[in-house]
Design a protein around this ligand. Structure first.
Ligand code: ZN
Length: 246
């Protein structure tokens, strides 16, 4: 969905809400979860009401919007700005939102967009070292980023190194290893896609100033998605991803 098509919608909270509900991002309830009654209505205060048992619940129940406090129009714009690759900081500034709120939402967007299970990786204990390696594989015309080393199938390595400034603060130095070696390798079809991916990644990580490893990993997976899906409408993909998870 293009910005010009969203402009009319986001001017009005009711239209924004209708837009999110028609797409299924906001849930439409047909039965009361307490009594099973079907006489439901939308009432003031952003709530649903069951007229049989008088239960009430928020319009954001069961949706991604229950994670954050922002207007419906601001949520739509967060999706759009994410697609346009505005940083969470800039998005927060433009929409007058709390930075942490936007960062939380953007990470959730990254998770639904890439179906990446961050808990699994942390569970494997591979995020405790000071230096992390990402292995690049090629799968047809797509690049796959993994954390498991398989020297037979990996084409290149991205090395990120954690540097501590103080005890509680750190930054990551991202090094694209093997790239120099690749330059000296005769350019073939296989290395062309790698070079393209590395260019694509470097440009996007240049401005990365986050100190959180989780944020960085999720950003990496997002970059992988964008690289593999050029020409795909990220706003629409994001909408579908949200529906899959919520
Ligand atoms: Zn009820």
């Amino acid at each position: 969905m293009k910005f010009i098509d969203l402009m009319e919608i986001i001017q009005d909270e009711k239209r924004s809400e209708d837009f999110l509900r028609s797409g299924g991002i906001l849930k439409t309830f047909t039965r009361c979860s307490s009594c099973g009654g079907e006489k439901l209505g939308l009432i003031r205060g952003d709530r649903w009401k069951c007229y049989s048992c008088k239960s009430e619940w928020t319009r954001r129940k069961d949706s991604i919007l229950s994670l954050v406090r922002m207007k419906y129009s601001q949520f739509i714009l967060c999706m759009k700005f994410f697609e346009l690759e505005l940083t969470a900081k800039d998005t927060a500034l433009q929409l007058k939102l709390n930075y942490r709120t936007v960062q939380l939402l953007f990470n959730e967007f990254r998770i639904v967009l890439t179906s990446f299970d961050i808990r699994k990786i942390i569970g494997e204990g591979s995020l405790v070292r000071d230096e992390e390696l990402f292995y690049l594989k090629k799968n047809g015309k797509k690049i796959e980023l993994t954390f498991s080393s398989d020297k037979r199938t990996s084409l290149a390595v991205i090395k990120m190194k954690r540097h501590f400034l103080q005890q509680t603060s750190a930054y990551y130095n991202i090094e694209l290893s093997n790239i120099n070696r690749l330059h000296s390798v005769k350019i073939n079809r296989q290395s062309l896609i790698l070079h393209a991916f590395l260019r694509f990644t470097k440009k996007r990580l240049y401005d990365f100033k986050g100190t959180g490893k989780k944020n960085l990993l999720l950003r990496f997976k997002e970059i992988e998605f964008r690289f593999n899906n050029s020409g795909v409408d990220v706003f629409d993909s994001l909408g579908r991803g949200i529906l899959n998870k919520f």
